[in-house]
Design a protein around this ligand. Structure first.
Ligand SMILES: *[C@@H]1O[C@H](CO)[C@@H](O)[C@H](O)[C@H]1NC(C)=O
Ligand SMILES: *[C@@H]1O[C@H](CO)[C@@H](O)[C@H](O)[C@H]1NC(C)=O
Length: 619
């Protein structure tokens, strides 16, 4: 009951004006407070260009300018109370939202908006590296913007003029916090990513930790190690770094900040080593606090009883940001924050991000509805979009199979306006449709099942002596799915017709025996379960369903009314070509890159937007 009372006491009643013009107004939720420690962190990761916030989702509608105001107030509180606050960002800041992707060149507005926040430790994600131009922008703009705060422990850059290979940024940094004088050694890693453009080199983490500079750095005697990384907190790379540091330092606390997996999660490596992951898309601002750090100064005064780590996943909701900073809509925005809000609004306007292609007649979900179903975005693509857009005028009589990987879709479509911004949010990639003509149908029809169910076969076929190869079949699916651990995925009933595993994420936030008349109406949202328990989210939400999806979906187009075609054109997104060729081999067809051609001009994103313009009425 005490918990319920606290939560109700924290219900927010004030009204907020959302950050960007036209953004949905936030809705109040019962709140859990931030638990401050000696040293406190705010953590963003995988923001993917969403620095304008979520205009269609009230609970994430604060923007980068609001985050600047928020960090200002929390830094002030830390200063007033003699604590420290550090800001961390673990990469994938780009690709996935019109604010980044809609400009030519991409990122025209992003660099200047992003740099306005004082981030103390920052590193690179894989999305900064897919395109050579993106990696170059990162090296030429963001690295200098953050100077010595930018860390690249296992990433090199190849200078386009000299061809010289240099560290992307410094390998690590050693510094002291402002108020508590805590000595920190910090690293910034990227997981063993292989899909980067040729102007960068990612060194394997397990090799990097053997390098001389790293071995020296872990022999420093700081009060705390901070390891940030564009690395899932349950991935082997963090485990390896943890083990290497512990070999030299039995007692030094280690704070890890991870990303990449797009989930809220926390992992205890041991009682002095703790990791958090802070979600995705500016939905979450992660909070970690550390107490009991044995600084040289503190050690003289008192014996410390041990290190404690706390974490909170802050919804990027203006009402919550007011709550945590003890301010309201008038006192919260700082002048700096307001200016950045204006910069974003101007950029959005110049990019015409609100240009409307059509009006989505219903919500279309990636994982909140089962696949297949009426409300599944994948069923919509398969049943409505692909049959209309996968048409090559010269081969339109030919039966064809069109295969799309589910990871090509990055976000839900909400009922209402589908805008320029939405196209980049839903499908930021430049992938095009390729095809192999006249594949015997018995061979072609086996491909989809191999892509979806024979992951181990495909993985094994691409295995290298160093471990999993670049054809790890999980790369075709959405990242959220393979990061969700069994402990937070809940099996529901069997939908055997679709032969799909179905499950729901989340727990009831309040006990069953609570007096329901006293419960506030909860908004659906994150109900995170991690190594510290079920109380990580700052706002108490009702759980959302999470239904798993296959790696790929497939549409049969222009099939004969009766019987099967003898041969088909096998059409697929270029991104999945290596897996498709491999699956074809297993299915009895020997094809190579020479057999593949472009099926249709235009990116899949453009084709989808074109379909929407033709088929959905304006709102
Ligand atoms: C990278 O690839 C591009 C295009 O294939 C090529 O022109 C360039 O020389 C390559 N750069 C390096 C450093 O290998
Ligand atoms: C793509 O466009 C070019 C130039 O208009 C044209 O020559 C080519 O045939 C088109 N390719 C396909 C597959 O439609």
């Amino acid at each position: 009951m005490a918990l319920v009372a606290t939560l109700l006491g924290g219900v927010l009643a004030s009204v907020a004006r959302a950050a960007q013009p036209g953004a949905a107004s936030p809705v109040a939720a019962p709140m859990r407070d931030l638990q401050w420690g000696q040293l406190n962190f705010l953590h963003t990761t995988d923001t993917h260009g969403w620095h304008g916030g979520h205009l269609q989702e009230s609970q994430y509608s604060a923007d980068w300018g609001d985050y600047i105001s928020f960090a200002h107030h929390l830094r002030k509180r830390a200063d007033d109370e003699g604590r420290d606050l550090l800001l961390v960002d673990t990469g994938d800041r780009v690709e996935g939202n019109g604010l980044y992707d809609a400009s030519d060149p991409k990122g025209k507005y992003y660099f200047d908006i992003y740099r306005e926040q004082d981030v103390d430790i920052i590193c690179t994600g894989n999305h900064e590296l897919y395109q050579a131009s993106t990696a170059e922008g990162e090296h030429r703009r963001t690295v200098p913007n953050f100077k010595s705060n930018y860390l690249a422990s296992n990433l090199d850059y190849i200078d386009p003029k000299s061809g010289e290979r240099i560290p992307m940024a410094r390998r690590y940094k050693k510094f002291q916090t402002k108020n508590q004088k805590i000595d920190i050694v910090a690293f910034g890693f990227l997981f063993d990513f292989t899909g980067h453009a040729n102007n960068t080199v990612v060194k394997k983490v397990r090799d990097t930790i053997k390098e001389e500079w790293f071995q020296q750095a872990i022999r420093e005697k700081p009060d705390l190690f901070v390891v940030i990384g564009h690395v899932g907190v349950r991935m082997q790379e963090f485990e390896d770094i943890y083990t290497a540091i512990r070999k030299q330092n039995w007692h030094t606390p280690i704070a890890f900040f991870g990303g990449h997996a797009h989930v809220r999660d926390a992992v205890s490596f041991d009682d002095k080593a703790f990791a958090i992951a802070s979600g995705r898309y500016m939905e979450t601002i992660g909070w970690m606090s550390v107490d009991g750090i044995a600084t040289k100064a503190a050690a003289e005064n008192k014996a410390l009883s041990g290190v404690t780590f706390k974490r909170r996943y802050i919804d990027n909701n203006l009402l919550g940001l007011y709550h945590h900073s003890g301010l309201d809509r008038d006192s919260f925005p700082t002048e700096h924050g307001r200016n950045v809000i204006k910069m974003i609004a101007t950029a959005r306007k110049e990019l015409d991000l609100d240009y409307t292609y059509g009006c989505a007649p219903r919500d279309l979900w990636m994982t909140r509805s089962p696949y297949p179903s009426e409300d599944s975005i994948y069923s919509w693509l398969e049943g409505e979009v692909l049959p209309d857009v996968v048409v090559n005028e010269e081969r339109k009589e030919k039966s064809r199979l069109a295969i799309l990987n589910t990871g090509a879709i990055r976000f839900d479509i909400f009922k209402g306006p589908f805008t320029t911004d939405t196209t980049f949010i839903v499908s930021p990639f430049l992938s095009v449709l390729n095809y192999i003509p006249d594949v015997p149908y018995p061979v072609a029809k086996g491909v989809i099942d191999l892509l979806n169910n024979a992951g181990q076969i495909l993985d094994a076929a691409s295995e290298t002596p160093d471990g999993p190869g670049p054809l790890d079949s999980r790369f075709m699916a959405i990242p959220e799915q393979f990061a969700i651990t069994k402990s937070i995925i809940h099996e529901r009933k069997d939908y055997s017709a679709a032969s799909l595993e179905q499950s729901s994420e989340g727990q009831k936030p309040l006990g069953d025996d609570d007096d329901s008349s006293r419960k506030p109406a909860l908004v659906g949202g994150y109900t995170t379960v991690d190594d510290l328990g079920e109380d990580g989210d700052d706002a108490v939400h009702s759980p959302l369903d999470f239904y798993t999806v296959p790696n790929c979906v497939q549409a049969e187009i222009s099939f004969p009314i009766e019987g099967e075609p003898d041969t088909v054109d096998l059409v697929f997104l270029d991104f999945i070509q290596p897996w498709v060729l491999l699956a074809l081999k297993f299915s009895g067809g020997d094809y190579g890159a020479k057999d593949v051609s472009l099926y249709k001009n235009g990116s899949f994103t453009d084709l989808m937007a074109g379909w929407i313009k033709e088929n959905w009425k304006l709102c």
